[in-house]
Design a protein around this ligand. Structure first.
Ligand SMILES: CSC[C@H]1O[C@@H](n2cnc3c(O)ncnc32)[C@H](O)[C@@H]1O
Ligand SMILES: [Zn+2]
Length: 424
């Protein structure tokens, strides 16, 4: 299978150089980039007036939570989780998760995400949805033992079951990672088990860290240390850890994260909506920490639009630091693409020869994206997810002219409505 994308403005290479060129895809790889490529292709896309961009990497979400969208707004994290979200989640069945994940994946494909990192339960259903939609994903079972040994054993069993399921699926687009929920829900024994297993299998780990002041207070009370110090002393922090949030971090913790090569995934919309706080983006970047971008779940965002998330990131840090030079468009674009790929050791997040063909095309033939003067600025500050017209993942067209080719969108919308009407 080969695809030729002609006449577009291409965001080329690690430095985001914008060039007018053709992009040739063979199998699942970008094989040639250049002017007027003279090659035959199975499929030709005319990208005149359009922008050919790397697909975005949503490095932290809970995809099935789209079914809980709008059910518990305007609350702080602990009250939101304990009194609203966890009680509804206890009612969710595998079938609900399957349709929820399909809706989440549809939303992501339609707003330019080509890879996501997920944490939830009944994750075999998410794997099936990802496989069907043609998406790329790293999937974890969210483990929480609350210090209970029996629960720990169940969580370990569930995790190993998912690992086996994904290994047997043998998909080039679906990967497993470990998902201990957070230091306040996982015992040191469980976190120790995860570290050992990650070392043994070479799989990555995702976890929530230092999201609220209350979490830091809880961990300090229990262990006499901050969350990052606690995890570090357990030997948990290495460069395979993809940690969501990192809002409340001391200078010492920032230094530890940099030294250990941990990726911190910023989720600004969720942090603002739950009033968790503002993560120290500039400090983390200046210290050399790899910062990626995520949406978190749609019950705290309330969408999965990475294009919107980029603008929110930039504006939040400018106003917080009272400095318009903070979080410039190029930095933010890299956080949403290259840095996510770096966290996952994935050969994507960039358009260059030899990279995976995970590409999206923005339609710039629209009033709010003209004149074409500064492509990266327009994407970060002027565009939104619905400006994505075409999405290519692993060399396959999964959305063309805004129609997702792999999933019956109407059926998914109906099914999810049915589920939530029944659950409520
Ligand atoms: C056990 S599966 C994952 C678990 O995480 C919950 N969750 C969703 N968003 C957040 C967040 O911002 N911080 C902590 N936990 C969160 C989700 O509802 C699932 O229960
Ligand atoms: Zn989360």
């Amino acid at each position: 299978m080969s695809i030729l994308i002609k006449n577009g403005y291409v965001i080329y290479g690690d430095n985001l150089e914008v060039i007018k060129a053709d992009v040739y895809i063979e199998n699942n790889e970008i094989s040639k980039i250049g002017k007027d490529l003279n090659v035959g292709a199975d499929y030709v896309i005319d990208a005149k007036g359009k922008v050919v961009s790397p697909g975005f990497i949503n490095a932290h979400t809970h995809s099935p939570m789209v079914i809980l969208r709008g059910l518990a707004d305007d609350l702080a994290l602990m009250e939101w989780l304990q009194n609203h979200i966890w009680p509804i989640e206890r009612k969710l069945k595998p079938d609900h998760i399957y349709w929820g994940a399909l809706l989440g994946v549809l939303e992501m494909i339609k707003s330019g995400t080509t890879t996501f990192v997920d944490m939830y339960f009944h994750m075999e259903e998410v794997a099936k949805a990802v496989e069907k939609a043609g998406m790329r994903a790293y999937l974890s079972y969210g483990m929480a033992d609350l210090g209970n040994e029996e629960k720990r054993n169940t969580e370990i069993k569930e995790t190993l079951k998912l690992l086996e399921f994904i290994e047997n699926l043998d998909s080039p687009r679906v990967e497993f990672l470990f998902g201990p929920h957070a230091p306040y829900t996982c015992s040191p024994e469980l976190l120790g088990w995860v570290r050992e297993k990650a070392d043994e299998t070479g799989k990555k780990i995702t976890i929530h860290i230092s999201e609220t002041r209350d979490e830091v207070r809880q961990i300090k009370e229990k262990y006499g240390k901050t969350p990052v110090e606690f995890l570090d002393e357990l030997g948990f922090l290495k460069d395979d850890v993809v940690a969501a949030h990192g809002v409340w971090l001391s200078d010492k913790e920032v230094k530890i994260l940099a030294e250990k090569g941990v990726t911190i995934v910023h989720n600004p919309a969720s942090n603002m909506k739950l009033a968790s706080g503002v993560m120290p983006l500039k400090k983390l970047l200046d210290a050399g920490v790899n910062v990626a971008l995520g949406t978190d779940g749609a019950a705290s965002n309330n969408n999965l639009d990475m294009v919107e998330e980029m603008k929110l990131t930039s504006l939040l840090h400018k106003v917080h630091d009272l400095d318009p030079t903070v979080a410039d468009a190029g930095t933010i674009f890299k956080i949403a693409s290259q840095n996510g790929a770096k966290a996952l050791n994935l050969n994507a997040g960039v358009i260059k020869e030899g990279a995976l063909a995970d590409i999206v095309i923005f339609d710039f033939n629209k009033p709010h994206l003209r004149p074409i003067t500064n492509v990266i600025s327009h994407i970060v500050y002027s565009a939104n997810g619905s400006d994505i017209e075409t999405t290519i993942i692993d060399g396959k067209i999964v959305m063309l002219d805004r129609e997702v080719l792999t999933v019956d969108e109407e059926k998914v919308l109906d099914k999810v409505q049915e589920i939530i009407d029944e659950l409520r």
